[in-house]
Design a protein around this ligand. Structure first.
Ligand code: NAD
Length: 336
């Protein structure tokens, strides 16, 4: 059993922690929290060991939350750390992971140079095998990479032009906006997502544009992909149907929006309404010669969870890409 520690128990961290607990080859030794907030209370209720900075022990004690030790103790005990702290904080923790010679998985909010490799399970698992520091790219980049690498198996992807409609905030974030505007983000083109895709697919010709929209549920991507050869709509549909981590929804079933996708997740009783799959609107798939057009939705809170689990296996060379993806999918009920 691989001992995994989780530093930064927020939107991504709590989901990765849950996922680690569901893996047959991993054990969650604990999480690190800095403040004794509701997330710490819930973690305690779930029987998870909570580690805190030395100076915070008193405030956790006063809040009635049992502390298992300080963050250094947690890192020392682990075989690998998943760092899901806020943007840029992970880079500050790298020194601690290095001090105890521990492998670490970072998130997309960190700069690419925090790690030896930026990671996407379907694109470059093999490149990440044995790497001490791996960065799982952001939610939007994960969706783009999954989609591009899947189409690339059908016919070589020569060019990608993508428009990203981004959720303004995660559901728990009360201070973010806008609540009544569409905001180009950034106003200039390309957005940073193209550059992030190029951290994994170095030579790909990709341009992205992004707009922030007042919604919390999911992002939406509008893609135009040029392939080396001509493909049919049926080819594209069967390629996605035969690749895990995608779901296709049809207008006929009345799932025509991000709200309805989340409602289906609720009805299925999925934990936290999570949808780690890229959800493709099947009716949007259109082909013209070498070009493919499609629209899909991305659940920003959960899409990177399976990739974090695969990154742990890649870093410690525990399984092949195929085996890891299979174990992760089965344990997390992906595609069900
Ligand atoms: P978050 O704010 O929800 O969670 C971060 C957690 O880290 C919080 O619980 C916070 O209390 C804790 N924390 C803060 N400072 C800390 C410290 N010094 N030591 C330990 N813990 C500390 O953030 P998030 O949305 O989960 O984002 C985490 C990372 O995941 C970022 O790199 C982000 O870019 C990336 N990411 C976020 C999303 C998303 O949509 N939320 C999607 C993909 C990737």
């Amino acid at each position: 059993m691989i001992k995994v520690a989780l530093n930064g128990y927020g939107t991504i961290g709590k989901r990765v922690a849950n996922a680690i607990m569901l893996q047959p080859d991993m054990k969650l030794i604990g999480i690190a929290k800095t403040s004794p907030n509701y997330e710490a209370f819930v973690a305690q209720k779930m029987g998870i060991n909570i580690y805190v900075p030395q100076e915070s022990v008193k405030s956790f004690d006063e809040a009635g939350i049992k502390v298992a030790g300080n963050i250094e103790d947690m890192v020392k005990e682990a075989d690998i750390v998943v760092d899901a702290t806020p943007n840029g904080v992970g880079a500050q923790y790298k020194e601690l992971y290095q001090k105890f010679s521990k492998n670490a998985i970072f998130q997309g909010g960190e700069k690419a140079n925090v790690a030896d490799v930026s990671f996407s399970s379907l694109c470059n698992y093999n490149e990440a095998i044995g790497k001490k520091y791996i960065r799982v790219v952001s939610c939007n980049t994960t969706a783009l990479l999954r989609t591009i690498c899947t189409l690339n198996k059908l016919s070589k992807v020569e060019k990608v032009r993508a428009t990203i409609v981004r959720r303004a905030a995660d559901p728990k974030e009360v201070k973010k906006g806008p609540i009544n505007a569409l905001v180009p983000d950034p106003a200039s083109v390309p957005s940073h997502h193209a550059k992030d895709v190029n951290t994994v697919l170095k030579d790909l010709d990709i341009i992205t544009m992004a707009v922030i929209a007042p919604t919390t549920y999911m992002h939406m991507h509008l893609l135009n992909v040029t392939l080396k050869s001509q493909v049919s709509k049926e080819d594209v549909i069967s390629q996605f149907l035969n690749t895990s981590r995608f779901l296709l929804v049809r207008g006929k079933s009345k799932v025509n929006s991000t709200a309805e996708i989340i409602e289906v997740a609720r009805d299925l009783g999925r934990i936290r309404n999570d949808v780690p799959e890229v959800v493709i609107f099947e009716d949007s798939i259109y082909t013209k010669g070498n070009e493919v057009f499609l629209m899909y939705a991305v659940h920003q809170e959960s899409i990177v969870v399976p990739e974090n689990i695969d990154a742990i296996r890649a870093s410690l060379d525990l399984a092949s890409a195929e085996d890891s993806i299979k174990i992760t999918n089965t344990s997390l009920n992906i595609g069900k």
